[in-house]
Design a protein around this ligand. Sequence first.
Ligand code: SF4
Ligand code: SF4
Length: 403
Amino acid sequence: MAWVTDHRPDGEALNACVTCGLCLPVCPTFRITGDETASPRGRLRAMIAVEDGEAPVDARFADVMSLCLQCRACETACPSLVPFGSVMESSRAEVVSQVAGERGRFRRFLTVTVLRSRLLLRLATRVAAVLQRLGVLTRVPRIGNQAEGLRRLPLASTSAVGGSWGPADGQVAMLLTGCVSDVWFSDLHRATIELLVAAGYRVEAPSSQTCCGALASHGGFAGDAAAMATANIEAFADADLVVADVAGCGAHLKTYTGSGGADVAAKTKDITSVVAEAIEDGRLPVLPHTGQPVGIQDPCHMEHGLRTHTAADAVVEAAGHVPIPIDRGGLCCGAAGMYQIEHPDISEHLGIQKAAAATEKDTTIIVSANAGCEMQLRRYLSGASTVMHPVELYASQLKHYNG
Ligand code: SF4
Ligand code: SF4
């Protein structure tokens, strides 16, 4: 059986591949395995075989698609502009529809049911926070290892949902509070809100918003991801600016389509870029030079999704520090959402590699604009450096400067 869903990959996009192989050196899974079927070109060939009716969507096809990190480094390298991220999501929607089984049901429970429910997330976080304080969270089967990279989880709710801050007459910047980021990264949301207000925005976090849908979409749950997009498009319709402080979420909002979706996509910016622009035009100050070196990690979602990484350099520099890219142009760090759980060996290999690159730079602070990368770095650096978001670093320096 060939494609069976409305979410099938676009045939024209698949056939844009001219098999030049320029994407191979930037593909982490190809670099590790040396296997053509673990390369962007190989994955596209597998999709074309289904498109042409030469192969079915079966367990083997599912494995070939599953090993991809969806880092989109191949998209940046591709001279034919093959929209790899989009065709991979479409292929996974076909896998979910035709062969997902038990694994698919577990993945859907985590990336759709839990992430869309504030109540479930709060309850799960409270349990995890207790286990974290007891020192046993890292021993929980299947997910325990990933917990090594977590920030300290809150016991009580610290949600920003439903809040509004700043002058009534400012441009309205609506904050995507996200799913786990709303409960696990409340310090980051606080820094984001403080800086937006300081830059003159009215900040609102509409309560009708939901998870951006990135993990659902990456997992192939296209219908669920579309429902999440619809809710967010409605919630952010009146915004002048939509701000995401997790690069992966911002990159996903940028993929929203349709009349309302395209409008939200056009209005979406990552907070690092918003702060860099406010510094550039003088709404936020350049702080006194400290000379302290700070490592910059470039998340794939910034580099290949939002196509910007210089914003973090500008923010760190304006905080008074010396930006030191730890692995510019390097491979994905291996976080990639559920990938750490589903392909722990490759994820670990890439995490160790990225941590080694960071360690070589000999900095005690590292910034990353993506929550998943931050957790991966913290896990594999094992306390050797403090890891935070670039705007948190700037916000804390600004507070220090203002006394
Ligand atoms: S770089 Fe683009 S055109 Fe070349 S093999 Fe890779 S996907 Fe195909
Ligand atoms: S998205 Fe990343 S892992 Fe997947 S094929 Fe492209 S470069 Fe390789």
